[in-house]
Write a protein that binds this ligand. Structure first.
Ligand code: BGC
Length: 373
C-alpha cells in the first residue's frame, strides 16, 4: 500500500496545487518530527487548574458550534479554567489574532487554535511560545511558523479521498457506464484543509478525468477556480448558478458535484433546484443536521462523519498529558509540513456516510440517530 505521503505528493503534482496548499503533505528531511526536541518540546507540566485558551474560527459550520461547548465542558470536567473564543463573522483574522494575544496575556498554559486564516497567526503563536505556552493547531493547520507544537484533526486527505470515491459510487449507481459529467467545488483558500480535501478527492478523480471517463463540464478543475472564499453558502450558490447558466443551459446533464462540506452541498442543491434541474450526486462533510435529513430524504448523496465529540476529547487528553509533564500521543510525524517544520500530528479516521449506512454511522449520536429512523 502506498503511503499517505506518496499519495499526497502524487495528487499535488497531478493537479498542480502547490500554491494553495504549501502545507499539505511534503516530507522535509531532517525537520523536527518527534514529540520532543526543537521547538516541539514544551511539556514541563503546569498546575492542574491552569487556564487553557481555545481560539476557534467563525461559526462557518456546525462542527465549530459544537466544539466551543464541548471544550468549555470538557476542560472544566478535567479541572482546568478555560477561555473559549470565536472569531467574529467579518473581521475574522484580526479578531482571532487579538483573542490569542489576550490568552497569552492571561497566562494560558496551552492555546488550542482552529485557525481562521492558516498563514496569519505567526506573530501570535510566537508570543504564545515566548510565554512558555504550548500551541495546538486544532482541525486546521497553522502554516509558515515553527511555533506550533502539535496538530490534531481528522485525516483530511482521507476525507477528500472518501468524497471522491462517494461521488463516483453515487454516479455509477444511477448510471452504470460513463462518461459522467461533474463540477468541482473546494473550500476557502485561507484554510489549509481546503487544499488537502481537494487533493484527496483528486487523487481518486484525476485518473478518471485523464481517461475521459469523468468530464468536468465547465473545464474548471484548478483549485483556484473551484474555491469558495470563507466557506460561504452564498458563494457556492452563486458559483453553481453561473455554472448552470454557462454550461448546462442547453440540456447537458450534470451527474455529480464534488462539494467539500455540507453547508456548500446544500447551497449547491438549492441552486440546482432553483434552476428546475434534477439533483446530481452531491458529496459533503460534517454530518450537519440538515444534510443528514437531506441524505435520508434522498437529496444530498453523502457526508463525512468527523465526530466533534471525539476530536475535542482527544484534544483535552493532549492538554492533560501536557499538564502532567508528559508528551501527548502522536500517530503521524510526516504528513503535515507547515512550511517551517513538520508538525507532529494526531489524526483520527473519518467515516463516509450515505443513506445506506446512516443508521449505523450515527447509532451512538443522540442528536443524529433519531433522524435516520
Ligand atoms: C473543517 C470542515 C468544515 C470547514 C468549514 C474545515 O476546516 O475541517 O469540517 O466544514 O472547515 O467550516
Amino acid at each position: 500500500m502506498r503511503t499517505f505521503l506518496t499519495r499526497s505528493i502524487a495528487a499535488v503534482s497531478a493537479v498542480a496545487l502547490l500554491t494553495l496548499s504549501a502545507a499539505c503533505s511534503n516530507e522535509r528531511e531532517g525537520a523536527t518530527g518527534a514529540t520532543t526536541g526543537g521547538s516541539t518540546s514544551a511539556a514541563k507540566g503546569f498546575p492542574a487548574d491552569s487556564l487553557i485558551g481555545v481560539a476557534l474560527p467563525s461559526k462557518t459550520s456546525e462542527n465549530w458550534v459544537l466544539a466551543g461547548d464541548l471544550f468549555t465542558d470538557g476542560l472544566k470536567a478535567a479541572g482546568f479554567k478555560s477561555d473559549v473564543q470565536y472569531a467574529g463573522a467579518s473581521t475574522t483574522v484580526a479578531d482571532q489574532q487579538a483573542q490569542i494575544s489576550a490568552m497569552v496575556t492571561k497566562g494560558a498554559k496551552v492555546i488550542v487554535i482552529g485557525a481562521t486564516d492558516a498563514a496569519q497567526l505567526s506573530t501570535q503563536v510566537a508570543q504564545a511560545k515566548q510565554s512558555g505556552a504550548t500551541v495546538i493547531a486544532y482541525d486546521r493547520l497553522i502554516t509558515n511558523t515553527p511555533d506550533v507544537d502539535y496538530y490534531i484533526a481528522f485525516d483530511n486527505f482521507k476525507v477528500g479521498q472518501l468524497q471522491g470515491q462517494a461521488l463516483l459510487d453515487g454516479m455509477k449507481a444511477k448510471k452504470a457506464t460513463g462518461p459522467w459529467t461533474i463540477e468541482l467545488f473546494s473550500g476557502s483558500p485561507d484554510d489549509n484543509n481546503a487544499g488537502v480535501f481537494f487533493n484527496g478527492a483528486m487523487d481518486v478523480l484525476k485518473p478518471l478525468i485523464d481517461k475521459g471517463e469523468v468530464v468536468v463540464g465547465s473545464g474548471q478543475q484548478d483549485v483556484k477556480q473551484t474555491a469558495i472564499q470563507g466557506w460561504k453558502a452564498e458563494g457556492a450558490q452563486q458559483r453553481m448558478d453561473s455554472l448552470l447558466t454557462s454550461t448546462y443551459d442547453s440540456g447537458k446533464t450534470l451527474d455529480g458535484v464534488l462539494s467539500p462540506n455540507d453547508t456548500l452541498a446544500r447551497a449547491i442543491i438549492t441552486s440546482v433546484k432553483g434552476a428546475g434541474k434534477p439533483i446530481p450526486i452531491v458529496t459533503g462533510q460534517d454530518s450537519e443536521v440538515e444534510s443528514v435529513k437531506s441524505i435520508v430524504a434522498g437529496e444530498q448523496y453523502s457526508t463525512i462523519n468527523k465526530d466533534t465529540r471525539e476530536l475535542v476529547a482527544e484534544t483535552v487528553n493532549m492538554v492533560k498529558a501536557l499538564q502532567g509533564g508528559g508528551a501527548p500521543e502522536i500517530n503521524d510525524t510526516k504528513s503535515y509540513d507547515n512550511g517551517a517544520k513538520v508538525v507532529p500530528a494526531y489524526l483520527l479516521p473519518p467515516i463516509i456516510v450515505t443513506k445506506d449506512n446512516a443508521a449505523e454511522a450515527y447509532a451512538n449520536d443522540p442528536k443524529l440517530s433519531p433522524l435516520t429512523k
